[in-house]
Design a protein around this ligand. Structure first.
Ligand code: FAD
Ligand code: DLZ
Ligand code: SF4
Length: 517
């Protein structure tokens, strides 16, 4: 075979310096990009995610073509579309008779399984390259994990600080501490709101994709009324510039705060661009460090932002690859309750949950603490089956890919991995939500009431969760002491908590599973 080199680029590999493009000559390469039904339907993605991925792919193809690359682009509505990556690569092999296929490994296990079959399926050479857009390699992480019982993120993060040299001076962490998280828990002040972030009006390409999604995915979850995500590298960089100028200084002070109707506060809103490959995480961290060096942002903000990227983001990716495929089936706490319907409709009197679901539906986004301490905490306390929660989180967010979603859902919020990632479950009663938000004041439930019909449901659910998981959780020294409080309550009070929780759980309407798959 003497044809060109075929370079398939997947929808979350929209990076000009991708390993499969580096060093290639343009007249000897055909880039293949494929909109395929299999990816659009393995779960029923939020409409904004579909628009985002298709629009960003089409813009990226145009950018490559403008730079002189040959791009073979297969659209979703092409009548000959084979519907899968493997099927489309097979058709491209027929068209181009390539001498070699060079592809960067997939971000998700499901897709990587398919790619690993290509060397046997196709007659030409197939080279699968590591995705080097991350700081940590999978083998480096596996070595670090070794036979540690807990894979504490903080220690991994320190390794990444040393590896990158970020906020390191003379071999020591700048400011003397590795982590300033303790300074990052300010409750919201009255009237707290963040500066507006740039919103990008849909251009012709995006409008065409909106038409496609409205036509073919009309019944999927979510609103398309306001689609403003960055879909090109230029737009993503504008969004990053605005974050560094306007939000970074307060990024950490209010990182755990929640305000009714304020959907992103001081968060960066950069995860969609990062996960598509439009932004480079290391370059963002270097930029954050430069803001600190220039005196434009305090150390706690800059360290916190860097920790999210070279700490948590890198850590969850490596954790995913270390634990798959078992992680997708993990259910340490044997949780079996169906997902309640209000996760889709937002129809609940719990004001915190209603607001988080509303933001999720309108924006395909909710910020971290809403995902963790409201939506996630409720699923944990109520004992929702991990597969149902995982599907929901994979469907509803524009930044959701299994490599980042699954560790956060299965291990961080549901403790389904048995505590390798989180040393204790992130379980909290209404008190926590009340302290960190302004949700409770106008809620139909009373956060100060512990049991009975009008009590905040998080209060009895918290004790129901602790009680039913006692055998597993009591030996954990980080949480075990809570049981002396429970025991001191006495049987009558305990009975009131358990009866209130059970009455509430009984009242939940299960969701129709067809929302997700
Ligand atoms: P910021 O608050 O501005 O944080 C900056 C960046 O740090 C993010 O853009 C993200 O890239 C990274 N980051 C922060 N926390 C995490 C984390 N726990 N794991 C990985 N990266 C992190 N993030 C996703 O990208 N996709 C998901 O599908 C996803 N699902 C989640 C599910 C649950 C239950 C939880 C608790 C968290 C999840 N996250 C996910 C992590 C985090 O909530 C989002 O990255 C963040 O809300 C995105 O908004 P932002 O860009 O404004 O983040
Ligand atoms: C999320 C997504 C969707 C909805 N559609 C496509 C697609 O049609 N073509 C494509 O290349 N990528 C798509 N993606 C992103 C992929 O799911 C993503 O690249 C894989 O998760 C990588 O493992
Ligand atoms: Fe949520 Fe409870 Fe507060 Fe209502 S009272 S907003 S349910 S935490």
């Amino acid at each position: 075979m003497s044809g060109p080199v075929l370079v398939p680029i997947l929808g979350d590999q929209l990076t000009r310096t991708l390993a499969s493009l580096r060093g290639r000559t343009k007249d000897d390469t055909v880039v293949l990009m494929m909109e395929v039904a299999e990816e659009a339907t393995y779960v029923r993605h939020h409409k904004q995610k579909l628009v985002l991925v298709f629009s960003a792919m089409r813009h990226f193809a145009a950018e490559l073509e403008a730079a002189g690359w040959t791009v073979d682009y297969v659209q979703h509505d092409d009548p000959d579309n084979a519907g899968s990556f493997t099927g489309e690569v097979a058709r491209a092999v027929e068209r181009h008779d390539p001498r070699e296929i060079k592809v960067v490994e997939a971000g998700e296990w499901r897709v990587q399984q398919a790619i690993e079959e290509w060397p046997d399926k196709f007659a030409c050479e197939v080279e699968i390259l590591p995705d080097d857009r991350f700081v940590a390699t999978r083998s480096e992480f596996a070595q670090w994990a070794g036979d540690r019982q807990h894979l504490t993120m903080e220690y991994f993060y320190r390794e990444m600080r040393r590896k990158t040299g970020l906020l390191i001076k003379d071999g020591k962490p700048v400011g003397g501490k590795w982590n300033y998280d303790a300074d990052n828990r300010k409750p919201p002040k009255e009237g707290l709101s963040a500066p507006e972030r740039p919103r990008f009006e849909p251009d012709g390409i995006t409008r065409e994709v909106i038409g496609l999604v409205e036509d073919r995915f009309a019944d999927n979850f979510g609103s398309l009324e306001s689609f403003h995500w960055p879909v090109t590298r230029d737009q993503a960089e504008q969004a990053a510039d605005a974050f560094f100028k306007q939000r970074l200084p307060k990024f950490c002070d209010y990182q755990d705060a929640m305000v009714f109707g304020e959907d992103d506060l001081f968060h960066s809103m950069l995860s969609t661009s990062l996960n598509l490959g439009l932004l480079d995480p290391l370059a963002l961290c270097e930029r954050a460090e430069a803001e600190y060096d220039a005196g434009n942002a305090p150390l706690n903000a800059v360290e916190g932002f860097i920790r999210q990227l070279i700490g948590w983001r890198e850590y969850v990716r490596c954790f995913y690859w270390l634990k798959m495929p078992g992680l997708a089936e993990a259910n340490e706490l044997a949780a079996t309750r169906p997902l309640p319907e209000f996760y889709w409709t937002g129809e609940t009197d719990m004001r915190c949950l209603a607001d988080c679901v509303r933001s999720t539906r309108d924006n395909a986004h909710a910020h971290h603490i809403q995902r963790l301490m409201v939506l996630g905490n409720f699923a944990l306390l109520a004992g929702i089956a991990p597969n149902e929660v995982e599907d929901w989180f994979l469907v509803v967010y524009a930044d959701a890919y299994e490599w980042v979603e699954l560790p956060n859902v299965a291990a961080m919020i549901l403790y389904a991995d048995g505590g390798e990632l989180a040393t204790k479950p992130y379980a909290a009663s209404g008190n926590y939500i009340n302290k960190m938000s302004n949700y409770c004041g106008d809620c139909a439930y009373s956060v100060s009431e512990k049991t009975g019909e009008g009590a905040c449901p998080f209060n009895p659910l918290y004790w129901h969760f602790m009680h039913r998981n006692r055998e597993r959780l009591e030996p954990n020294h980080r949480i075990g002491r809570i049981y002396s409080t429970w025991d001191r309550m006495g049987e009558e009070r305990q009975g009131e908590y358990l009866a209130s929780a059970e009455a509430f759980l009984e009242s939940l309407t299960p969701a129709d599973k067809s929302w997700a798959r």
